[in-house]
Design a protein around this ligand. Structure first.
Ligand SMILES: Cc1ncc(COP(=O)(O)O)c(C=O)c1O
Length: 366
């Protein structure tokens, strides 16, 4: 099996499709910008691997000054540890003996931290880690308004006590992801609600400290709230992920970071004057946040997908000039779920391929 990768130097418009294209200058500038903002706010950066799924980008984020990498799943953490990343935080609950055993194995090679919100899970983590002679860092997830996982603010103390007293476990602190508000378009609402969320998180940290337990880590934030949450006194680190590429959904939130990600497709059929069909289907772009925005040509709108096809309505003269074999470039509304469909990024600089960048974390959702 060969991946038929294009050679470095290939012009963007000659890349085989469908493929995801990253403008390397822009993504690198986004990494530098978040790190500089965090340095100025006095907070650490622990970028989320759920976006890039690629050690190539994690290395760049660490080289810029990140203290470690967040992962969503044990499978992602395995990719990170194999790539030599020394500090990995799993920002979700890891449930069941088989996953916990895999995670504990990673704790031999890296500082491994995991989120919890349940006492029986803490007990099983402790049993498996201590039997293996390993030490797992543990943070309690607090529900700061997203109503997904996480105990209420008052529930933190009990779990922190249990963790601190459990062999094989080290209580590190708290996390609270304000995911319900990160993509709010109105800045004032985003700020007010993010600050409310952080008040819940810091209130929980205070209660644990009053109980005599040290809280080292207070981890929070997504891309849309980095400059709000990062300024809240007591938050120690930011878990942003999307800032590196900025998908279509985030482009509508703010322009603090520039969009670096697009998907390139080829017109494969041209049967009607006002319609082009491209080779971009549901297997190569996600539509959970809506159809992608067409960047070029202008005057073209995606109106439907099937597994391997996209129907594009053509309303301008430039768009109607599209021929079979021409390229169409779009920006996905949701980057993370689109990237998860691909094996490589095509990293471009000055309009030419610099590197095909593997995505070994794709599909690692177990
Ligand atoms: C727990 C957690 N932390 C951080 C993030 C990063 O958010 P963003 O992609 O907005 O930067 C996510 C995104 O889903 C998340 O689930």
């Amino acid at each position: 099996m060969t991946d038929y990768l294009p050679l470095p130097g290939t012009p963007v418009n000659e890349l085989d499709t469908p493929c995801i294209v990253v403008d390397l200058d822009i993504a690198e500038a986004n990494i530098a910008k978040l790190q500089a903002a965090a340095n100025e706010m006095g907070v650490d950066v622990r970028p989320h691997f759920k976006t890039t799924k690629s050690p190539y980008w994690a290395r760049k984020q660490l080289a810029a000054g990140a203290i470690g990498i967040c992962c969503a799943k044990v499978g992602e953490a395995e990719v990170m540890v194999e790539a030599g990343v020394p500090d990995v935080m799993i920002t979700n609950q890891v449930i069941g003996a088989s996953k916990i055993t895999r995670m504990v194995a990673l704790a031999r090679a890296a500082n491994l931290i995991v989120a919890v919100d349940d006492s029986s899970n803490v007990q099983q983590l402790s049993e498996i880690a201590s039997a293996a002679g390993a030490e797992l860092g543990v943070i309690v997830e607090i529900n700061v308004g997203q109503d997904r996982c996480g105990v209420d603010g008052d529930g933190g103390v009990e779990l922190a006590r249990q963790i601190a007293a459990s062999p094989g476990l080290r209580f590190d602190g708290l996390m609270g992801y304000e995911g319900h508000i990160v993509a709010e378009r109105d800045y004032e609402t985003r700020k007010t609600e993010a600050e409310k969320s952080m008040a819940v998180l810091l209130g929980a940290a205070d209660q644990i400290r009053i109980a005599g337990i040290e809280v080292k880590v207070v981890s929070a934030s997504g891309t849309g709230t980095y400059s709000i949450t990062g300024r809240v006194d007591g938050v120690t680190e930011l878990q942003c992920g999307s800032y590196i590429f900025m998908d279509g959904d985030y482009v509508d939130v703010f322009d603090d970071f520039a969009p670096a990600l697009s998907v390139l497709a080829t017109v494969v059929s041209r049967q009607r004057e006002d319609l082009a069909v491209a080779d971009l289907g549901l297997k190569s772009i996600s539509i959970d946040r809506g159809f992608a925005d067409v960047l070029s040509p202008t005057g073209a709108t995606i109106i439907g997908h099937s597994e391997e096809h996209t129907k594009i309505e053509l309303s301008s003269e430039a768009a109607r000039a599209l021929k079979v074999g021409d390229k169409v470039r779009v920006r996905p509304r949701h980057g993370d779920t689109t990237i998860n469909l691909h094996e490589y990024y095509f990293g471009v600089r000055n309009g030419r391929l610099e590197a095909a960048i593997p995505i070994p974390g794709r599909g690692k959702f177990r």
